[in-house]
Design a protein around this ligand. Structure first.
Ligand code: SD4
Length: 334
């Protein structure tokens, strides 16, 4: 999906989307669910593998790679830079055996999610950062690519430089409040969701997940959010379910968000309620602060049931099964 098509989807308006409400209906395997509007294309890419009896781990990597290929859209090398003007990327992946790999703050590598998979498969480690992650990628056949700052990114960065105000705003859909050039928005006011997370269950009933992101726009160089942190931006427990998150990563890390969601599902909560309870954990910590930030969780359980919840209005997600690829808006707490 190029940025134009992405904008078109964004401009459909959230109001026209069905509000997701959990029911006990069991969804057939396989299934893939992913964050935000861009999840439609991501799901389709993952389905090319899931739909022919492929493995969930291959499907989630393919979904994330698809997103990273969209140079002009949100995540990957075309994403917004940090406050020094450098694009740094974070990604992770986790399979049904609790194998996991991640990279953080990697530069000039187009497919951080595939590097994360190599970390998972070829090293005894889970997370590689910065230059070390880049060096590992090159040693494993990935090519260094020059940074590609899109016109949107350059414009937004220049606007940000005028004030250089370090005030992170992620995924808040209210452009009136934050102004048209707030980092969460493209120039026409369309929300800029710079993270894509997806979780999937294959025909064999195995779960996997992946996340890829350019992280919070204009972050301090070296800042790492929730996305590459296992248990924060992504968690998979093949006995119970899987979850991913988007929004202000610091808040998700503080509560080990996706691990918490999976643990709530283990206790018997539906995916939607498990996400709601994790959102409540953030909100109850500091309600006034929570009103100014967005976090959304998305979860899938072992039966193939899914659900989502966010702090503020506007968290969208996409679901693909054998019969549909559909976008929903999650319920929100505040
Ligand atoms: C981060 N969670 O770096 C990411 C940002 C995000 O859509 O989700 N943006 O904190």
């Amino acid at each position: 999906m190029n940025r134009k098509k992405f904008l078109k989807l964004g401009s459909l308006g959230l109001g026209s989307l069905p509000l997701f409400s959990f029911s006990e209906t069991v969804v057939q395997k396989p299934i893939v669910i992913s964050t935000w509007e861009s999840g439609m294309g991501v799901n389709a890419a993952a389905w090319e593998i899931l739909g022919i009896n492929g493995k969930a781990i291959d499907a989630v990597e393919a979904g994330a790679v698809h997103m990273e290929n969209e140079i002009n859209c949100c995540v990957g090398l075309g994403g917004y830079p940090d406050r020094d003007g450098i694009v740094t990327l974070d990604a992770c992946i986790m399979d049904e055996h609790s194998n996991c790999g991640a990279v953080a703050g990697i530069e000039q590598i187009k497919h951080p999610v595939s590097v994360a998979r190599k970390v998972m498969e070829k090293t005894p480690h889970v997370l590689l950062v910065g230059n070390g992650a880049q060096q590992f990628a090159i040693e494993n056949g990935f090519e260094k690519e020059p940074p590609i700052l899109s016109d949107d990114a350059i414009k937004a960065y220049k606007n940000w430089l005028m004030k250089s105000e370090y005030k992170p705003i992620i995924n808040i859909e209210n452009k009136k409040e934050h102004g048209p050039f707030a980092p969460a928005f493209f120039e026409d006011g369309t929300p800029n969701h710079d993270t894509m997370g997806l979780v999937a269950m294959d025909n064999a009933g195995n779960l996997s997940g992946a996340v890829t992101t350019s992280g919070m726009a204009f972050k301090i160089h070296g800042r790492v959010g929730d996305s590459p942190v296992i248990g924060a931006g992504l968690f998979v427990d093949n006995e119970v379910g899987a979850a991913t998150s988007s929004g202000v990563g610091e808040e998700v890390i503080r509560i080990c968000g996706t691990h918490l969601v999976v643990e709530f599902m283990r206790q018997g909560y539906s995916p939607e309620l498990a996400c709601k309870k994790a959102v409540e954990r953030i909100v109850n910590r500091d309600r006034a602060k929570a009103k100014t930030l967005q976090v959304g969780f998305l979860a899938l359980n072992k039966k193939g049931q899914f659900g989502a919840y966010s702090i503020l209005d506007g968290f969208t997600f996409c679901v693909k099964t054998g019969t549909e690829n559909k976008m929903y808006k999650a319920k929100h707490l505040l």
